[in-house]
Design a protein around this ligand. Structure first.
Ligand code: 5GP
Length: 190
């Protein structure tokens, strides 16, 4: 997606050979027009996949997920990272190791929002080692729902997440695929 590549080139900051900072437009300050284009792109890619729900993780996945849900006309659920749900609520949950924070946390979705008849599109801002995606897949499976695919805004193809999802047979659509961050430069997969 050319507009996204341009934004990454112009406003992305390479923090290390592993980490790209995009808080000027994606996960702190948000560019709504770009986010709308991202949502439209995911909606087009997954138009005929019978999707009934979109699932993401708070907080950075919410903006692209909502724009996609708006275009497809379906609800968006974000897995919560904090124990803000009432204790009486039944939850599907999974543990996820955070690549950026280097801590393990539990994420959860209320059993009221996902059922075995749902077909789910997972949306997230980044795909690195795939821990967040695998945790969401686990939650969707606990509900007995099916995974239609994953829509990723920025995939770092040099980390292992994409290969693992491919090997498991999931459809992964990434709008920007970063081949390397070496030398402080973002290089995209052709
Ligand atoms: P994974 O679970 O695939 O290892 O990492 C994905 C999650 O870690 C994303 O939800 C994202 O929030 C965060 N993340 C991974 N790599 C980066 C990165 O290079 N930059 C930023 N800003 N977040 C990242």
């Amino acid at each position: 997606m050319e507009a996204l590549h341009k934004k990454i080139r112009e406003e992305g900051i390479v923090l290390s050979e592993q980490v790209l900072k995009v808080d000027a437009f994606l996960n702190h300050q948000i560019d709504p027009a770009l986010m709308q284009q991202i949502g439209d792109e995911f909606a087009t890619l997954f138009a005929n996949s019978g999707i009934t729900k979109i699932v993401t993780i708070e907080a950075s996945g919410i903006a692209p997920a909502v724009m996609t849900g708006l275009k497809l006309g379906i609800p968006v659920i974000f897995a919560r990272k904090h124990q803000s749900l009432t204790l009486t609520e039944n939850l599907f949950s999974a543990t996820v190791y955070s690549f950026t924070k280097q801590t393990e946390s539990t994420i959860a979705i209320s059993t009221r929002h996902l059922t075995s008849s749902d077909r789910v599109l997972i949306i997230d801002d980044f795909l690195a080692n795939g821990k967040a995606s695998q945790a969401l897949i686990s939650i969707i499976k606990q509900a007995g729902a099916s995974v239609a695919g994953l829509g990723i805004v920025i995939e770092k193809s040099f980390q292992g997440g994409r290969a693992e999802l491919d090997a498991q047979g999931y459809r992964v659509e990434s709008l920007a695929r970063v081949k390397s961050l070496n030398g402080g430069v973002v290089t995209f997969v052709e």
